[in-house]
Design a protein around this ligand. Structure first.
Ligand code: HEC
Ligand code: HEC
Ligand code: HEC
Length: 324
């Protein structure tokens, strides 16, 4: 009985959205009550063929708007991958599912409610509270009636990864530690901490700053193990990140090989490379060392660089991010 009621409510929302669309009247308050209805349309790639789809973090099309996808990858995915305790929130269908706490709302609308909540915010403490950019990404999406997004990232240079190819780079990975130096101080807060480990995945659970972009650059050690220090200066190595609009931020690589750009928390820009506020996904990245450059050909929506650049490499990445 409950299911029937929920279905009827969703149908009502669709009718309301269509009515508003036809009349050309924007009634945000009415549309966002239950956030719109599921959309079965196919996502097309640049070649007009159906783009490969996958969950957030895979680099494939999730059906989410790019800026929402970026927030999910940077701040939510660490808990909402579908393990016990937190519902799976990785693609469009997940966000169209009814909330467990209040089935009259879908997960997209409930996400907005929880992002803005002062009593039970998402991500939950000790993680840094969401900033205006992060709330804004969900706010815009819900106000627009939660439309399906397109393909955010550029396909890899070989012209196409099928969903089936996504996985570890393969058995040629022989992990070591080229620098010979390792981080040994556990979760002691430091810009040098846990080189090689996905920074934001941990900060989302255990606290630490909200980093728009973070990772580790290695020299030579394509398959170096977690906590192995990467390359430090000299010579100075810089990570240059460019967003969809061409906005650029430079992050200096420190003694441990780590780099990061803090997401703005409403205050002035912080961090070695300036602030990470107002960035629009997808992002391009290159590593610059004097006059030499090593660039990522494709683009990504996740700022948690080490989540793909693991020792073996995930989601098609070759392994660690290397200095040029
Ligand atoms: C540290 C782990 C963690 C992180 C990070 C996190 N969540 Fe959650 N989330 C949970 C847990 C556990 C629950 C279930 C208990 C509850 O509702 O508080 C939950 C519940 C929710 C719910 C309610 C589901 C329902 O059925 O109503 C939504 C929506 C949600 N999270 C969205 C988000 C979004 C969006 C982000 C990122 C901006 C996020 N969460 C980040 C752990 C997390
Ligand atoms: C396993 C968990 C974990 C990982 C992985 C991790 N951190 Fe942290 N980090 C933390 C925690 C917890 C804190 C905050 C501790 C506190 O406030 O006492 C923190 C704090 C920080 C701080 C603030 C330092 C200060 O002096 O205030 C920076 C900068 C930082 N981390 C950078 C990084 C970078 C860059 C990476 C990835 C290369 C990373 N962290 C990986 C857990 C982690
Ligand atoms: C979704 C997974 C993913 C994420 C997240 C990711 N990368 Fe990559 N990266 C790849 C893949 C796949 C390649 C190889 C294909 C290419 O160059 O586009 C790659 C290649 C690279 C290369 C070139 C490697 C070489 O040897 O030529 C650099 C440099 C790089 N990435 C830097 C970054 C930085 C910096 C970040 C964080 C802003 C990042 N990557 C985040 C998947 C990812």
């Amino acid at each position: 009985m409950r299911n029937v009621l929920v279905f009827a409510a969703a149908g009502g929302a669709l009718a309301a959205a269509i009515a508003c669309g036809k009349g050309g009247i924007e009634q945000v308050g009415e549309i966002d009550l239950d956030g719109g209805a599921p959309d079965d349309s196919v996502i097309l790639g640049p070649d007009n063929k159906p783009a490969p789809t996958g969950p957030a973090g895979s680099g494939l099309a999730t059906g989410l708007p790019c800026d929402v996808q970026a927030v999910v990858e940077n701040r939510c995915k660490t808990c909402h991958e579908g393990n016990a305790g937190a519902p799976r929130l990785l693609d469009y269908a997940d966000f169209m599912a009814p909330s467990k706490a209040d089935p009259t709302k879908n997960m997209a609308l409930m996400s907005l409610v929880r992002l803005k909540s002062t009593t039970s915010p998402m991500p939950p403490p000790p993680a840094a509270l969401p900033n205006a950019d992060e709330i804004g990404a969900f706010e815009e999406w819900v106000a627009a009636g939660t439309p399906k997004g397109g393909l955010c990232t550029d396909p890899p240079p070989d012209g196409g990864v099928d969903a089936g190819d996504i996985g570890d780079a393969g058995p040629d990975a022989t992990p070591g530690c080229a620098s010979g130096a390792k981080w040994t101080q556990g979760n002691q807060k430091s810009p040098l901490m846990h080189p090689g480990v996905a920074c934001n995945a941990c900060h989302g659970k255990l606290g630490g700053p909200n980093l728009a972009f973070a990772g580790t650059v290695y020299r030579g050690g394509l398959h170096d193990v977690d906590d192995c220090n990467g390359t430090g200066p000299p010579p100075p190595v810089t990570v240059v990140i460019t967003d969809k609009m061409g906005k650029t931020v430079n992050a200096k690589v420190n003694e441990a090989g780590n780099f990061y750009v803090e997401a703005e928390q409403g205050g002035p820009a912080k961090g070695p490379g300036g602030g990470g506020g107002g960035f629009k996904a997808p992002f391009r990245a290159k590593i610059v060392d004097g006059t030499k450059v090593r660039a990522m050909t494709g683009s990504v929506t996740s700022g948690d660089c080490n989540s793909c650049h693991t020792p073996a490499g995930k989601n098609g990445a070759p392994g660690r991010i290397l200095a040029p």
